[in-house]
Design a protein around this ligand. Structure first.
Ligand code: SF4
Length: 77
């Protein structure tokens, strides 16, 4: 029987983690910040940026994607 290397499982899991991205279409309405304050924040120019956190799953990102009026948010890997 083949054994699974836990280190390889962890590295594959890390590769599969999704991260939200905000495009240049952002108009700075701050809807995403209001919905997912732990994921998004406005930068000094008033546009949304993604905070650097370890895991974005379960953080209402999908709700922010739906709420964004200019479809500026998407998932990436
Ligand atoms: S909801 Fe969309 S337009 Fe509004 S701040 Fe977030 S990314 Fe920008």
């Amino acid at each position: 029987m083949t054994q699974i290397d836990p280190n390889k499982v962890a590295s594959v899991a890390a590769l599969l983690k999704r991260k939200p991205v905000v495009s240049s279409a952002c108009i700075g309405c701050s809807a995403c910040v209001a919905i997912s304050w732990d994921v998004f924040e406005l930068n000094d120019d008033g546009y949304s940026i993604v905070k650097d956190i370890s895991d974005y799953e379960g953080k209402d990102v999908d709700d922010s994607i739906i709420a964004c009026p200019v479809s500026a948010i998407s998932w990436t890997k």
